[in-house]
Design a protein around this ligand. Structure first.
Ligand code: ZN
Ligand code: ZN
Length: 145
């Protein structure tokens, strides 16, 4: 069980599992989304995710390609979003309030990384994950239940 909230604490959620694995994405969009070199995120099954508060203040920005950023309209924090046409939620790690011992399973879009963004795990990928299934498997989402 883990819980998380945005910067202003208006948006709150909880997850029934303790995620152990995460990934980093160094693509241009994730760089803009976070304001730093890469994002850090994990996925959880929708049945393990619950909004506790603040859903009405969430705004959503979509790119025609499908990239999406959901954020708190009060403080601007990126918040979890339901991955399109899937049963999974995308969770930005920084919102979690529990100190979890987590391991990075991979870095994606390293070709897009800025020279000052040097952190890499053992599994570096030049491009984005081929599929959601690939990412789910890497994160072993359905194993930790
Ligand atoms: Zn907020
Ligand atoms: Zn990205």
């Amino acid at each position: 069980m883990a819980s998380g909230k945005c910067l202003c604490e208006a948006v709150r959620f909880s997850i029934e599992v303790e995620p152990r694995l995460f990934y980093r994405c160094h693509c241009t969009l994730c760089r803009k989304q976070t304001g730093v070199g890469h994002n850090l995120a994990t996925l959880v099954h929708a049945r393990d995710f619950r909004w506790e508060e603040g859903q009405p203040v969430i705004s959503s920005w979509h790119k025609p390609s499908g990239y999406r950023n959901d954020f708190c309209s009060r403080c601007g924090s990126t918040v979890p979003n339901a991955l399109r046409e899937s049963d999974y939620f995308w969770i930005p790690l920084g919102l979690l309030d529990v100190e979890l011992n987590m391991e990075c399973v991979g870095d994606f879009c390293t070709d897009d990384a800025m020279p000052w963004d040097e952190q890499r795990s053992a599994n570096s990928h030049h491009a984005a994950p081929d599929s959601l299934e690939f990412l789910l498997q890497a994160l072993q989402v359905n194993r930790f239940r």
